[in-house]
Design a protein around this ligand. Sequence first.
Ligand code: UDP
Length: 241
Amino acid sequence: MGDLKTLSVMGMPVHYGDRGDNYADWLLLRQQQGIGSHVVTLNAEMAMQADRNPTLKQLIQRTDLVIPDGAGIVLYFRLKGKTIARAPGIELAETVLERLGPEQSVFFYGGAPGVAEAAAQHWQQRNPKIQIAGVQHGYVTPEEQPAFQERLKVLQPAVILLALGVPRQEFWTVDHRHLCPSAVWIGVGGSFDIWAGLKERAPAWFCNNNLEWLYRLYKEPWRWQRMLDLPKFAIRALTYS
Ligand code: UDP
């Protein structure tokens, strides 16, 4: 994969480059060449989900690009003697949207009604040259799915961002990427909520000190149970053979 290299955590790949921003260029170049990509943004919580769900684990093993989204993943590799840069999924998506070529459009799929529109509007202002192919909220009914999928197929966006949560966005991509075979598909979790101004990212100090999870726990205390996966990940990853 060009100048990207691969490491492994709990039997799953993590790709990294010499520069933190390699990923976006790699993805957009492939798209121009007609080669689609699926991006998974791996953190400790997702790694533990995959550990319990073999179908998700297999999906991650076959994904074109797995980036080290979480501090836990980066700390694990550091303990193993390998220093790699953390690559939060939201930042990769932002770099991709800033570097889109004039022919490369983006589709926003996911979030509560109105959120994808607000995220797209945010991007229209941030990058006036951006081509927005369309938006769709994340609660499409089974009856509405065929028409939505036909719409995507006709539009052929270069980049499709999915904010459906893990693992819904990953499974949806694998099941539907044939609709837009040359697109870059990125599962971005709660990023639309942030671009829409509904939620805030942790201040830089928390991010720089690997404490984004602590800020999130303070803002969304009902997530505490999901966060137990962080210490579980440390034990599981270090004892995995
Ligand atoms: N969501 C959605 N459709 C669904 C369930 C969830 O669009 O059927 C959206 C939800 O509105 C939210 C996002 O998925 O914007 C999940 O964000 P979260 O921060 O939970 O992502 P995760 O931490 O799972 O990556």
